[in-house]
Design a binder for this molecule. Structure first.
Ligand code: 4NP
Length: 163
């Protein structure tokens, strides 16, 4: 990352239709509320390819809309090698996502590849559990964790980058 360039943050899960688009939308909302939009480039992607081009899962959108987040324009894509050149922070929702990303990571990647909640410094949990086979409660739990993670991640990045 060169001085003055936006800080690139990529959130990654398996399908890119539940957890990582939620993290993208919630983190973008926190960044916008802080007036820091120009300081960041924010995106999400999946390690799997089952849902390419699809909007977030209806259950994800319903839960997000109820808390005031707009995920309607997001479309699923797969993580690609070029992401390691575009993003400074590549943040996985769970350990399986992280292992898949570690296999894609080019030698000399200068950024941080880690679990989202670990990078955020959240003490309560390390992983955002996959809600896909779950019920509405699992989607609420995903949002609870992501809201806490996004808040702390933004604080950590502001401190680290002096913004
Ligand atoms: P996500 O959830 O990784 O949070 O987007 C999932 C979405 C789809 C599948 C698994 C997890 N799937 O197996 O299709």
């Amino acid at each position: 990352m060169s001085a003055g360039a936006p800080i690139g943050v990529l959130f990654v899960c398996l399908g890119n239709i539940c957890r990582s688009p939620t993290a993208e939308g919630v983190f973008a909302a926190r960044v916008a509320a802080a007036g820091l939009g120009p300081h960041f480039r924010i995106d999400s992607a999946g390690t799997g390819d089952w849902h390419l081009g699809k909007p977030p899962d209806p259950r994800t959108r319903r839960a997000a809309t109820a808390r005031g987040y707009d995920l309607e324009t997001l479309r699923a894509r797969r993580v690609e090698p070029a992401d390691f050149h575009r993003f400074d922070y590549i943040l996985a929702m769970d350990s399986a996502n992280l292992r898949d990303l570690e296999r894609l990571r080019p030698a000399g990647f200068p950024g941080r590849l880690d679990l989202f909640l670990r990078a955020a410094g959240l003490a309560a949990a390390l992983e955002v559990p996959d809600p896909y086979g779950g019920d509405a409660g699992h989607f609420e739990q995903v949002l609870d964790l992501i809201e806490q993670g996004a808040e702390q991640l933004l604080a950590a990045l502001r401190a680290r980058h002096g913004i």
